[in-house]
Design a protein around this ligand. Structure first.
Ligand SMILES: [Zn+2]
Ligand SMILES: [Zn+2]
Length: 131
């Protein structure tokens, strides 16, 4: 989307882990696009994915998690069991993964998602397309 300028731009300092910064630089060179532009696109995609959690609605999706402490993850899942219809535990490589099938109030989904992040898990929420 070239030339989309609404209210100018803001500059602020962001610190990234070294490996992430290096990967960003490599991708930027490969694509011939500057790093700010890549970060802009990544943030835009991230916000679009998660924005819907801010407007109350009935949310359906799949939360994929990988946690350092599965006991804590279980405790959080138990707390949110009203919105979790199923949990699938899987192994890939040396890691455990869980896919949580979610259906319920979006504020509850938000709460589950942030608790999972606070527990140090890696998490990706994939909303299901509307019917
Ligand atoms: Zn939703
Ligand atoms: Zn396992």
């Amino acid at each position: 989307m070239p030339g989309r300028r609404r209210g100018g731009r803001k500059r602020f300092g962001v610190s990234l882990p070294e490996d992430l910064a290096d990967r960003l630089t490599i991708l930027s060179e490969k694509l011939g696009v500057d790093r700010s532009r890549l970060v802009e696109e990544a943030v835009r995609a991230y916000l679009e994915d998660y924005n819907h959690l801010q407007l109350p609605h009935k949310c359906r999706g799949i939360l994929i998690i990988r946690c350092p402490d599965w006991g804590e993850a279980r405790r959080i899942s138990e707390e949110h069991r009203r919105i979790i219809s199923n949990i699938v535990h899987e192994h890939s490589g040396d890691y455990c993964y869980e896919a949580l099938f979610i259906e319920g109030d979006s504020t509850q989904v938000s709460s589950l998602y942030s608790s999972i992040l606070k527990a140090g898990c890696k998490a990706r929420y994939i909303p299901l397309p509307p019917p």
